[in-house]
Design a protein around this ligand. Structure first.
Ligand code: FES
Ligand SMILES: [Fe+2]
Length: 419
C-alpha cells in the first residue's frame, strides 16, 4: 500500500489523548504543568502563524561535509556520545509486566533489558558467561528464566547464574562470578535508559534536568504497547537531522505530514543537549478563533521531543504516540530505527485496534518512503560534496543544536584524554 492510500486514514486517528484546555483542572501538578506549557506553545505558534514566522537560531551554521564522512570521527562520536551517556533504548510499556524482556543491538553491544519479579528493570550484556551465546533472541518477550539456547545454562531475570546443565560433568563453577554482565539501567517518565559502561551509574536527574517534569506530564509511563517495528536507515546524523526541523514538510511530505502540519513553523526549546520542536498543526486556524479558555493545544500543536542522542517522541498529546529510537548501525553509513506505537489505553474493540494499526503503518511508510528515501540519497550526495560545507538555516535551530551537542561531547572526551 502506498503512503498516499494510507494518508487519508490518518485523520480520524488524530484524537487528542490529554485534556490540555486552559480551564481543565483534572490531574496533578505534572498534568497542570504540561497544560500550562502546551497553552504557552499554542500562543507562541499562533503568533508565528499570524506573522508567518518561526523560531530561529542566531545565525546560519556551517557544517563541514567531512564531519559526516570521516570514519575516525564517526568512531570517536560513538565513544564520546553513545558509550558515555544514558541511552533511551526502550519504553517502559515494552516491558509491561514482571517477567518481560527486550533484547536489542545497541551500537554493536548485545543488550538485554528485563523486568524482574518485583517490577525492577535491569540491563545486561546479552552474552552467556559460558561461551558467549545470546541468551534470548532479539525482540520482546516473556520469560521466568533466561535459558541459553546453546548448552542450557540458565539465569534469573536479574542476570544471576542459576542453573548449569550437566554440572557434575562440567566441573566446579563460581556462580557468583558468572552473572550476565550488568549494565546501568533506570526508568524515568516511561522511558528505559541504559548505559554501556558496566560499573557506572546514570544520574538521570542531572542528565534530563528540567525536562523531567514535562516528560512525566506526557503520561508515557501509562502507555499501552501496540507495536515495535525496525527500519534500516543511512548515517545516524543524516537520519536524525530529518527529525529536528519542520522546514521539509511542504516539499518532502506534501501528500502526508503536510496535510496535518504547517511547514517551516516551529516553536523550539532546549534542555541541555535535549530539545523540542513543536510544529504548528493545521487545526491552529480553528483554535485561533476560540476564546482562550476553550482552545485545545492538542489540535494546534504537535510537540516533537528529542532525548539526546537517540529518541524522538511524536504525538505526545494524542491517543497514539509514536516513538522513534535511532541508533548508529554497524558502519558509518548505516543506522537502525525502532518505531514504537504506544496507546493511552488498550484498544476497546476491533475498530480501535485497526486504527492503531493504521497509525503504525502510516508512520512506518512515511518515514521509510519519504524521510529515509531522501536521506539515503543525501548520504550519496555528501560523498560527492566532500571538501565543501552544508548550511543549517536560522529556521533549523534543532539541527544546529544536535550538532553542537555532538561536538561538545567529542571535545569533552578529547579534553579528558588530554588531546
Ligand atoms: S554458551 Fe550459553 S550455555 Fe554454553
Ligand atoms: Fe520528515
Amino acid at each position: 500500500m502506498s503512503v498516499d492510500e494510507v494518508a487519508p486514514a490518518l485523520t480520524p486517528d488524530y484524537v487528542p489523548g490529554l485534556d490540555l484546555r486552559a480551564a481543565a483542572t483534572d490531574g496533578g501538578e505534572r498534568a497542570q504543568l504540561v497544560r500550562r506549557d502546551a497553552n504557552a506553545l499554542l500562543a507562541r505558534l499562533l503568533t508565528h502563524y499570524e506573522d508567518k514566522t518561526t523560531d530561529q537560531a542566531a545565525d546560519i551554521m556551517r557544517m563541514p561535509v567531512r564531519d559526516y564522512l570521516d570514519d575516525t570521527l564517526w568512531q570517536e562520536e560513538l565513544r564520546a556520545v553513545h558509550r558515555q551517556v544514558p541511552l533511551p533504548v526502550a519504553m517502559s510499556c515494552e516491558l509491561p509486566r514482571p517477567g518481560t524482556y527486550k533484547a536489542m543491538d545497541v551500537i554493536g553491544v548485545p543488550v538485554l533489558i528485563t523486568r524482574d519479579r518485583d517490577g525492577v528493570v535491569h540491563a545486561m550484556v546479552n552474552a552467556c558467561r559460558h561461551r558467549g551465546s545470546p541468551v534470548t533472541e532479539l525482540g520482546t518477550g516473556t520469560a521466568s528464566r533466561l535459558t541459553c539456547p546453546y548448552h542450557s545454562w540458565s539465569y534469573d531475570l536479574s542476570g544471576c547464574l542459576r542453573g548449569i546443565y550437566g554440572e557434575k560433568t562440567f566441573g566446579e563453577v563460581d556462580r557468583g562470578a558468572r552473572s550476565l554482565i550488568p549494565l546501568p539501567a533506570e526508568e524515568r517518565a516511561g522511558i528505559v535508559f541504559v548505559g554501556l559502561r558496566p560499573g557506572t551509574s546514570l544520574d538521570l536527574d542531572t542528565w534530563l534536568g528540567d525536562l523531567t517534569p514535562l516528560l512525566e506530564g506526557l503520561g508515557l509511563a501509562d502507555l499501552h504497547h501496540h507495536s515495535t517495528m525496525e527500519l534500516p536507515g543511512p548515517n545516524w546524523k543524516v537520519t536524525l537531522d530529518g527529525y529536528l526541523e519542520t522546514y521539509h514538510f511542504a516539499s518532502l511530505h506534501r501528500g502526508t505530514v503536510f496535510k496535518t502540519n504547517l511547514s517551516n513553523m516551529t516553536a523550539f526549546d532546549r534542555w541541555g543537549p535535549h530539545q523540542r520542536n513543536a510544529a504548528a498543526l493545521r487545526g491552529i486556524t480553528d483554535e485561533a478563533l476560540k476564546p482562550i479558555e476553550l482552545r485545545d493545544p492538542a489540535k494546534g500543536v504537535g510537540p516533537n521531543y528529542f532525548i539526546f542522542p537517540a529518541m524522538a517522541i511524536a504525538g505526545g498529546y494524542r491517543q497514539h504516540v509514536a516513538i522513534s529510537i535511532v541508533l548508529p548501525g554497524r558502519t558509518r553509513t548505516e543506522s537502525v530505527t525502532q518505531q514504537i506505537i504506544g496507546l493511552r489505553r488498550p484498544p476497546a474493540d476491533e475498530e480501535e485496534r485497526r486504527a492503531a494499526d493504521r497509525t503504525r503503518d502510516w508512520f512506518f511508510e512515511v518515514v521509510r518512503d519519504e524521510d529515509y528515501a531522501a536521506q539515503y540519497a543525501v548520504d550519496r550526495g555528501l560523498t560527492a560534496l566532500d571538501g565543501t560545507d552544508l548550511l543549517f538555516g536560522r529556521n533549523e535551530p534543532g539541527v544546529q543544536h544536535l550538532h553542537r551537542a555532538i561536538r561538545q561531547h567529542v571535545a569533552l572526551l578529547r579534553d579528558q584524554r588530554g588531546e
